[in-house]
Design a protein around this ligand. Structure first.
Ligand code: CAO
Length: 422
């Protein structure tokens, strides 16, 4: 079956997570993705957090499937020539090195654009061009701190907190995919390539949009009615409002209050919880579901404003109802009443979920040497095709194939190898 991006040649000059996540998605959708790696070394993630000695780490295999690998040092004269040939033939080049690293190699955007005016150049950095921090190297957690996520995550009496979700890394890569596909469509119309840059700080801020909403509301009215701090309590049990958006614990964050509630077994199981949302227009069904029909028409409970001063007492009563139900049993009851909720799933439950295997979100992949392992498949589902996920390449697995395709003889390839160009 022909895939949508078939025929699109991508040079994947990326490492770690942000760049590889972008190019992996392009590969799943059919692009021909060639990963360019430092000879004898490769992407650092090949060796990071290994679970099997001497084999590529899962960190690498889970971010580089469906790609080919070329070992190449573009800093050498011969390596530069090979890189230039590849650029002339490619549609897309993606990189996420430290600021200035590609320029130092001699591959400025101007030079790349001259070599191939149709090429789309995707670039990830920690901060956008023109930002006073644009010289900084950045990893995931640095981006979460600079992007407003850390200051608004966690509990009111604790420090800023990092999310487990890769908001700085994979999320930036997903933004770059959108930018690259947009530039490909633009090229259809203009015939010209362009540079597409996404900073990790910006990608995090884009996901913290509602927190900027909250800051502006706070500036105006001095409180945020959906946060546990409202109404401002004299004992300060839930913190108090200052002039910055506070950390909201597990609050809903939108117009529908919610919280993580204990279910049967929480004393020993760290994930025996559900997320319970009090959606205003299903207040009556909620009351019925949890055995408190009298709350439905009680003025102290009938509106979100009326509920907020004693919202934690309401949650405590719901927890009493949950005490003899597992998280799965609770959801099975609540779903009948149209209540937005879900169990808090552990990674083990996600790993073993038959639902996620059926939807193709968790997939088993066959990797040379390693054998079978699980990865996260495409979160985007299409009616016209299903991305199939294959293994990641071994370091330099396709070096000979690529160089032969560029016209290099066996002897020349051997010479390049001895000189550590490839
Ligand atoms: N052949 C020869 N040299 C190569 C090479 C290759 N195939 N690939 C990379 N290199 C070189 C680079 O040119 C650079 O050399 P110089 O510093 O001498 O110019 C060197 O390897 C190190 O690359 P780097 O600067 O990207 O790596 P680092 O470990 O110092 O920094 C990181 C890593 C991620 C902090 C930095 O790359 C960065 O800030 N990237 C932008 C933001 C980003 O994507 N971060 C998220 C990564 S996902 O967590």
């Amino acid at each position: 079956m022909s895939l949508p991006l078939e025929g699109i040649k991508v040079l994947d000059f990326t490492a770690v997570q942000a760049g590889p996540a972008c190019t992996q998605l392009l590969a799943w959708f059919g692009a021909d993705v060639l990963k360019i790696e430092r000879p004898g070394v490769g992407d650092v993630t090949r060796r990071q957090l290994r679970d099997i000695e001497d084999l590529d780490a899962l960190y690498f295999t889970m971010l580089n499937s469906n790609k080919k690998s070329l070992e190449l040092n573009p800093k050498s004269a011969d390596g530069k020539e090979i890189m230039e040939k590849l650029i002339r033939e490619a549609d897309v080049l993606v990189e996420n090195f430290a600021p200035g690293a590609l320029d130092r190699m001699g591959f400025t955007w101007e030079h790349i654009h001259k070599l191939n005016p149709r090429l789309i150049f995707g670039s990830v950095k920690g901060f956008s061009d023109g930002h006073s921090y644009s010289d900084l190297k950045v990893y995931e957690n640095v981006a979460q701190c600079a992007g407003g996520s850390a200051s608004t995550t966690g509990f009111w009496d604790g420090p800023p907190t990092i999310s487990a979700a890769a908001l700085g890394d994979s999320n930036t890569g997903m933004h770059l995919v959108i930018g690259i596909l947009t530039a490909l469509i633009s090229r259809e119309k203009t015939g010209k390539g362009q540079k597409v840059a996404v900073s990790m700080q910006d990608a995090v801020i884009n996901l913290c949009r509602v927190k900027l909403r909250d800051q502006q509301r706070l500036d105006k009215v001095g409180y945020l009615e959906e946060y546990p701090q409202y109404p401002v309590r004299a004992d300060g049990e839930f913190g108090t409002f200052s002039d910055v958006v506070p950390r909201g614990g597990n609050a809903g964050g939108g117009g529908q209050p919610g919280w993580i509630l204990k279910c049967k077994g929480w004393e020993t199981d760290p994930n025996a919880y559900i997320y319970f949302t009090i959606q205003d227009h299903v207040w009556e069904p909620i009351c019925k579901a949890i055995g408190k029909p009298e709350w439905a028409n009680d003025p102290a409970y009938m509106t979100p404003r009326a509920r907020q001063p004693h919202i934690f007492e309401i949650f405590a009563d719901i927890e009493k109802w949950l005490a003899d139900k597992t998280k799965f049993e609770a959801v099975d009851v609540l779903r009948k009443f149209d209540i937005p909720c879900a169990p808090v799933l552990s990674m083990k439950e996600i790993e073993e979920s038959p639902d996620l295997r059926a939807t193709g979100t968790i997939v088993e992949v066959e990797q040379k040497k390693r054998g079978k392992y699980l990865t996260v498949g495409s979160p985007i589902k299409f009616s016209g095709f299903k991305p199939s996920i294959t293994g990641a390449p071994l370091l330099g697995e396709h070096t000979d194939e690529v160089l032969t395709g560029l016209g290099y003889s066996k002897d020349k390839i051997q010479q390049l190898r001895e000189a550590k160009v490839v």
